[in-house]
Every structure is written in structure tokens, then in C-alpha cells.
Ligand binder design. Structure first.
Ligand SMILES: O=C(Nc1cc(S(=O)(=O)[N+](=O)[O-])cc([N+](=O)[O-])c1O)Nc1c(F)c(F)c(F)c(F)c1F
Ligand SMILES: [Zn+2]
Length: 257
């Protein structure tokens, strides 16, 4: 199946997922020459509260936190969005060194990692599975991550990663507050794009926060070590980020000047 190695990585995905060459693929380079300040963009509106979740090592080389979105859900609205979007899960993309690992880039600059908070359109659809392939089905908040001071809230996740190094292992985590995973500044870019992993559905309204979060180098190592521990031997570390795709005439709007 697909992955991130030479044999099954991003440049091979088109053979099983032809939409990989579609006209609204993600990620993209957020080039200032392609972005336009849009004064009509509303502020983002989060109704996020501490919630219970489960961390799953979903394929041996990444992890995702699934939220129980049946009880009091974490809901996103405002910004470029019509209606309410319920948070379904969050996960990360990263690389081998601290200067590459994010999926989006800013004028060609990449960060150590990128956090994705995946929400589905609960105003129009009844569950994630129904929404995931619809053009207005998903909203994903992307948050850049750089190495610096330790991040207390992300520590609740990075401290648990050594316990889920085996594929399909999972662990409960309650009391994570997604609000604390967002940067202080409300500034964001938004554009219409896709999932960045197969099946690459063109169903995502992307909202990429301008201000990065900082995590400690120990926290980044805990994230990066998820892969090498799985294979037992100290294999080359993994990159699980897709390279930038063609903007193909799309506009990127900025909520800030
Ligand atoms: O865990 C993942 N889940 C996931 C990703 C996206 S996404 O990355 O396409 N996205 O849009 O954020 C969208 C949805 N979704 O439900 O919509 C997802 O469930 N994907 C994932 C993965 F399977 C890997 F093998 C890997 F190495 C990695 F880094 C990953 F991020
Ligand atoms: Zn992602």
C-alpha cells in the first residue's frame, strides 16, 4: 500500500489515486505573491473544550488522536466557513530534521512539523465518512511547529508516543484541550484543497495558521522516534510529508495584512 518510501511515496500515489494530479491538491507553497488580504474574512470561532481522545499508531509510522465527536464536540465555525465543523481527529506530519517536515510552506520555507486538526461539516452531513469526499465536507486547521520552548499541552501527547511504537497500538488520553494547541495570533491563510494523504479527496477548506507553535527538541525527537522504534533497528528516520502541489490558478486569502 501507499507510504512515504521511494517505492510507495508521494510521487507514486497517482497510479492508484489519479486525483493526485487534480486541480485542487494540497499542500501548496503559501507564496506572498499568490495571497490576497481579504477584509471580509471573519475571525475563526472555536467552541473547543477539554475532551477525551485515543492516540492510535495508525500505520506504524504516524499517530492520530481520535475524538469522541458524539458527546459535547469541539466545533469550528466562522473564518471562511459556512456552517459548523466538528473536530474528528488530529495528527501530525514531520521529517528527519528540524528544517523540513511541514507540508505547507511559506515562501518556500518549511518547518519541523505540521499539526492537522481535521473537522467535518456537521451542518450538511451526518458523519465524517459521508463528508470526507464532498467538496465542502472538511475543514483542516494546519499549525506549523518549530523547535524552541517545550509545549505543555503537546507534552500530553509526546509523553505517550513511546508507548505506541507498534502499529495499531492505542492509548487513552483524556483532558487534552485542543484550544491550547492553537497559536496566540488569529492570523491565517485559507484556500480550497485536498487531503494530503491518499485518498487525496478534494474536500478540504484549508486554514493554515500564520504563527507557529514551539516544541522542545526532546518533544520533536519523541515524534521522530515513533518510526525508528517500530522497525526495531535504527532505520533511517521517516518523512511523512507530501511535497507542495501546483496552485493551478487557485487564490490564497489572508486574514491579515
Ligand atoms: O493519520 C492520518 N490521517 C488522516 C490524514 C488526513 S490528511 O493528512 O490528508 N489531512 O488532510 O490532514 C486526513 C484524514 N481524514 O480523515 O480526513 C486522516 O484520517 N494520515 C496519515 C497517515 F495515514 C500516514 F500514514 C502518515 F504517515 C501521516 F503522516 C498521516 F497524517
Ligand atoms: Zn494531515
Amino acid at each position: 500500500s501507499w507510504g512515504y518510501s521511494k517505492a510507495n511515496g508521494p510521487y507514486t500515489w497517482v497510479s492508484h489515486f489519479p486525483i493526485a494530479q487534480g486541480s485542487r491538491q494540497s499542500p501548496v507553497d503559501l507564496r506572498s505573491s499568490d495571497t490576497r488580504f481579504d477584509a471580509k474574512l471573519q475571525p475563526l470561532n472555536y467552541h473547543y473544550m477539554p475532551t477525551s481522545s485515543r492516540i492510535l499508531n495508525n500505520n506504524g509510522f504516524s499517530f492520530k488522536l481520535s475524538f469522541d465527536d458524539s458527546s459535547d464536540p469541539c466545533v469550528l465555525s466562522g473564518g471562511p466557513l459556512d456552517g459548523h465543523f466538528r473536530m474528528n481527529q488530529l495528527h501530525m506530519h514531520w521529517g528527519c530534521d528540524e528544517h523540513a517536515g511541514s507540508e505547507h510552506s511559506v515562501d518556500g520555507n518549511t518547518y519541523a512539523a505540521e499539526l492537522h486538526m481535521v473537522h467535518w461539516n456537521s451542518s450538511k452531513y451526518s458523519n465524517m465518512q459521508q463528508a470526507v469526499a464532498q467538496p465542502d465536507g472538511l475543514a483542516v486547521i494546519g499549525v506549523f511547529i518549530q523547535v524552541g520552548a517545550e509545549h505543555k499541552e503537546l507534552k500530553k501527547i509526546t509523553d505517550l508516543l513511546p508507548m505506541i511504537t507498534q502499529q495499531d497500538s492505542k492509548i487513552e488520553l483524556s483532558g487534552l484541550n485542543p484550544l491550547l494547541l492553537l497559536p496566540c495570533s488569529p492570523a491565517y491563510w485559507t484556500y480550497l484543497g485536498s487531503l494530503t494523504t491518499p485518498p487525496l479527496y478534494e474536500s478540504v477548506t484549508w486554514i493554515v495558521m500564520k504563527e507557529p507553535l514551539s516544541i522542545s527538541s526532546q518533544q520533536l525527537e519523541a515524534i521522530q522516534s515513533l518510526y525508528s522504534l517500530r522497525s526495531g533497528k535504527h532505520e533511517r528516520l521517516l518523512n511523512n510529508y507530501r511535497p507542495p502541489q501546483l496552485l493551478a490558478g487557485r487564490e490564497i486569502r489572508a486574514s491579515f495584512k
